[in-house]
Ligand binder design. Structure first.
Ligand SMILES: Cc1cc2nc3c(=O)[nH]c(=O)nc-3n(C[C@H](O)[C@H](O)[C@H](O)COP(=O)(O)OP(=O)(O)OC[C@H]3O[C@@H](n4cnc5c(N)ncnc54)[C@H](O)[C@@H]3O)c2cc1C
Ligand code: FES
Length: 325
């Protein structure tokens, strides 16, 4: 007999090699999820009984592991399990403070957490709206210092969260936050003088902007380069803010890159991967590379940078994986 999952007082069979998430979805249950690849943490569940496979808890916070939380999309159990949704103990309610368009399709969503919420700028959270849609978004500021959370969200055509934000969400709406998660953040453990290369496409700028500001505030002494990639010039945003930072800080260079453009005084035309690879600092063994945004770009640059001599432990990457809905 195969493995059985007890959920909400009913018992469901899993097919051979099927994850808890896929099994419950196959039985038409409404379980939150997004990436289905162990990244976004939207599918967190809690084991009431039964062994949790190690793969279902990789990269979870120690506090989550202690509470027997696991990623349902990565959980292919060998024995029966009794599971439930995690409940509200790990959630933080947050109110929409404001929404402001940063360009033609990116909104800055400012949230006021209603409870203590700490994170490193650059990490990401799961955002759950009133309809139960759960998606990951990266944190563009330092909520510990500023008492609000800044997210940059690109509207995706017919996307569930996008449509809700574009057409329904208003100031004062209550949302739920879960997290933070992710290892893409600034650290000064190894001193303050290594070169930093930040490269992102689209709203991949959000975590990079948080990391940049943290590094500058910490008095980072190495060069910092920020490459922001866009398809067209109108997809760029935070241009004034980034130009102002590069004028204030001699060590910081802002390099907008536009794929479908012509070189000019403001941006470089071409593929962000080629532009970054050509300009990697000479001191590769010390360079820290942060990559965020489109998964193809993130994975490809990660590989190219490693093959060119960057240490894999110095490459931090958050691929913005789309939902598998
Ligand atoms: C770790 C992490 C961090 C993230 N941080 C951010 C962030 O800071 N800002 C941000 O805007 N997004 C971010 N994302 C992406 C975000 O979680 C959602 O996937 C995105 O906002 C779309 O959600 P939606 O509900 O509007 O669309 P969905 O309902 O999820 O998607 C609708 C359809 O469009 C497809 N789709 C979704 N996104 C894309 C895409 N980029 N390209 C092509 N097809 C797509 C889906 O597969 C689906 O078929 C992040 C994702 C991850 C995993
Ligand atoms: S981690 Fe499971 S759906 Fe994203």
């Amino acid at each position: 007999m195969g493995v059985r999952i007890t959920y909400a007082d009913s018992v469901y069979d899993l097919e051979d090699g099927e994850s808890v998430l896929d099994g419950l979805l196959r039985h038409n249950l409404d379980i939150p999820y997004s990436c289905k690849s162990g990244t976004c943490q939207s599918c967190l569940m809690q084991a009431v009984s039964g062994d949790i496979p190690a793969a279902a808890q990789i990269d979870l916070k120690p506090g989550y592991k202690k509470q027997n939380l696991f990623l349902a999309c990565q959980c292919t159990p060998e024995q029966d399990m009794d599971v439930q949704l995690p409940g509200t103990a790990i959630d933080v309610p947050a109110v929409i403070h404001s929404m402001e368009m940063l360009n033609h399709n990116v909104v800055r969503l400012v949230l006021m957490p209603q409870d203590e919420f700490t994170c490193e700028p650059g990490q990401y959270i799961s955002l759950i709206n009133g309809k139960g849609v759960t998606r990951s978004y990266s944190i563009a500021n330092d909520p510990g210092k500023e008492d609000h959370i800044d997210l940059h969200i690109r509207f995706i055509k017919n996307g569930k969260m996008s449509l809700w934000l574009e057409n329904q969400a208003t100031r004062g709406d209550m949302l739920t936050l879960r997290g933070p998660a992710g290892n893409c953040f600034y650290t000064s453990d190894d001193g303050y003088d290594y070169p930093i290369v930040l490269a992102g496409t689209g709203t991949g700028l959000a975590p990079l902007y948080g990391i940049l500001n943290r590094a500058l505030e910490c008095g980072h002494k190495g060069r910092i380069y920020l490459y922001h990639g866009a398809l067209q010039a109108e997809d760029l945003y935070y241009i004034d803010e980034l130009q102002a930072l590069s004028e204030q800080h001699d060590l910081f260079d802002y390099v907008p890159c536009v794929l479908n453009g012509q070189d000019n005084n403001f941006y470089k035309a071409g593929n962000i991967e080629d532009i970054v690879m050509k300009a990697l600092p000479k001191n590769k063994a010390q360079t820290r590379l942060f990559l965020c945004g489109a998964p193809d770009m993130v994975n490809s640059l990660k590989k190219k940078a490693f093959l060119s001599g960057l240490a894999s432990k110095h490459i931090y990457a958050d691929a913005f994986l789309p939902s598998k809905t």
